[in-house]
Design a protein around this ligand. Sequence first.
Ligand SMILES: [Zn+2]
Length: 319
Amino acid sequence: MPEPNYAIELTPPDIEPYRSGNTGIDYVTTFDSGIAGPHVLVTALTHGNEICGAIALDRFFRAGLRPRQGKLTLAFDNAAAYGNFDPRVPTASRFVDEDFNRLWSPATLDGARQSTELARARELRAVVDAADFLLDIHSMQYATAPLMLAGTLERSVALARQVGIPELIMCDAGHAAGPRMRDYGGFGDPASSQTALLIESGQHWERRAADVGTDVMLRFLVVLGALREDDAEPLAGPDFHSRPNQRIIQVTEAVTITGERFEFVEDYRGLEVVPRKGTLIGRDDGREVRTPYDNCVLIMPSRRLAKGQTAVRLGRYAE
Ligand SMILES: [Zn+2]
């Protein structure tokens, strides 16, 4: 398959000014309004090459905004990987040793294994534990419509609907390779009230991804009472005032690669709807991967086609 060659429209901001923060943890800053209210956490650079989130946080800091109630924590997660960003090989800085967003189980965090990302996740664990609400800002390999990843819990879907953008809300259980931060602890527990969302803002390098990430962050903060709408207005982009008729994609399964060689039969980019059940979409060491039902939606097909990783997620529009 040809590599799509997207222009790098975004400039990675200098996050060095945010290193010292005020929490004792590098690149983590907490603003306390002094007024009762939820503790809201917004994170960027969970994947070091997904710069739209760093831009959103940088815009927030530069605007001098502060929470109206409760606490607001802003964190640049994988600053080490981000520091390796090179526009000539822009995908290389996704992580240093391993995917930061597959480490979020107590067994892994408490385990003996060491890596750059595990050290950072262990550092950030208490920050994630302390948050009532989490928004984790990401971007995608292919230029498709933005997706709000709400997980499987009803309260997260309800929050995604309150935020109101983007149009598409995806409900999925994550990856076989390991749990994401947004699914960790109370955020994945039906009995908890901690609520997390993950926004896939668009293609990694497109200008629009920074605007979507920023608008979703602002709407998230307004919904949670951390900002008033007029506080957010100076940073608002094209989607801030939009009220799309949101649609839910229910993910039914993730296609996890079991073989040494996986290939798609077509150059899928994501959000294709395959009309017929049983349509061949890929081969995993020759094992045929076929769609399990009619009108199957292909979600975020990956170009990192390695054993144990998710090749694509399959879902359908909930009507
Ligand atoms: Zn990501």
